[in-house]
Ligand binder design. Structure first.
Ligand code: SUD
Ligand code: ADP
Length: 302
């Protein structure tokens, strides 16, 4: 049973105050893009996970745990517990989504494992309560099941689909080494405290919603916003050069994807994305430059 699952970019990441449970309330506009991991679930004597890079993908698979810390394996165990079956499955992960890159690759693998194992164990995905199990694994996991474009409230797990028209064309610049999501949130809090700033209560941007409904890439480029970007830039100053290079080369919008360090550039068309990707690769400011489009569906059996 093989499931294909997309990466995400955050079109708006509004970060509110730190909650008592250690999470931040968010307005998180997720957008699923055509950069996919695949997870294959095969019956086995005991739970096991293997990881390989997809052809042509320069992903740091050595940084992906193959023990109980793997999010896909955690997902399989959680589902098995819910269904009352043994979690005897081998999960073969083929990665194209950057590791610790701010594109939710681990969350994507967890969502794919939930769907693949539900099918393998003949569970009805609706009755098994996959979205609730997904939210137990991580804040970004429910969106990887859903896909498309959606606003996530709470810690990002309470999803409402967003209306969009047409296709948006993206260029992503991956970076060497990852950034830790908790460290980036902590740096965001630190910067706000140092600046004497009270954390604002985030609101979904009307300009952003209008640009999505109208399929207006230029307006979307202008409306992209990420409250974690100053923190990511503080922890990885070299990203500023990458963002500047993309803007100078004519991207309609440029921002850090989620907690980074992947940077995202919006193009006006598939042709523009191809030109922008080639030019950005020439600049030598990225580990790898990849093109993708969105929105695309969430985790899907292939
Ligand atoms: C920043 C975002 C943007 O979509 O994604 P990434 O860029 O990491 O992919 C997410 O908020 C990451 O979601 P996810 O990676 O699922 O995080 P979780 O496992 O739930 O939480 C990891 C840690 O991130 C911080 N965290 C996460 C979500 C949230 N709303 N507030 C937080 O402060 C907490 O420190 C938490 O302990
Ligand atoms: N299947 C997985 N794929 C990638 N990383 C995983 C996986 N399972 C656990 N991890 C751990 O989760 C961390 C964050 O991974 P990832 O989801 O790729 O990044 P991000 O949260 O920045 O989008 C990694 O550094 C890795 O240690």
């Amino acid at each position: 049973m093989t499931v294909r699952v997309p990466a995400k970019v955050n079109l708006q990441l509004g970060v509110g105050p730190l909650r008592d449970d250690g999470y931040h309330d968010l307005v998180n506009v997720f957008h699923a893009v055509s950069l996919f991991d695949e997870v294959t679930a095969v019956p086995a004597r005991e739970p096991r996970v293997t990881v390989e890079a997809a052809p042509d993908a320069q992903v740091a698979i050595q940084d992906v745990p193959v023990d109980g810390g793997n999010l896909a394996l955690r997902a399989a165990r959680l589902l098995a517990g819910r269904l009352g079956v043994e979690p005897d499955v081998e999960l073969r992960i083929r990665k194209a989504i950057p590791v610790a890159g701010g594109m939710a690759g681990g969350s994507a693998d967890a969502a794919a494992a939930l769907l693949a194992c539900a099918r393998l164990w003949d569970a009805d995905p609706d009755a098994a309560g996959l979205p609730e199990l997904a939210a137990e694994i991580g804040s970004d996991v429910p969106f990887a099941l859903l896909g498309g474009t959606a606003v996530g409230l709470g810690r990002g797990e309470r999803l409402t689909p967003v209306e969009t028209s047409g296709t948006f064309h993206w260029v992503f610049a991956t970076a060497d080494g990852g950034l830790s999501t908790p460290a980036v949130y902590a740096e965001c809090d630190r910067l706000r405290e140092a600046g004497g700033e009270a954390a604002p209560w985030p609101r979904a941007s009307e300009e952003l919603m209008k640009s999505l409904a109208g399929g207006d890439a230029r307006a979307l480029g202008a409306a992209l916003a990420n409250d974690l970007q100053p923190a990511a830039l503080m922890l990885r100053p070299s990203l500023r050069r990458t963002l500047d290079a993309g803007r100078e080369l004519g991207a309609l919008g440029a921002l850090v994807s989620g907690s980074g360090p992947t940077t995202a550039f919006l193009a006006g068309s598939a042709g523009h994305a191809a030109d922008l990707a080639a030019a950005l690769a020439q600049e030598g400011v990225a580990r790898q430059v990849v093109r993708a489009h969105g929105p695309v569906p969430g985790a899907t059996v292939v």
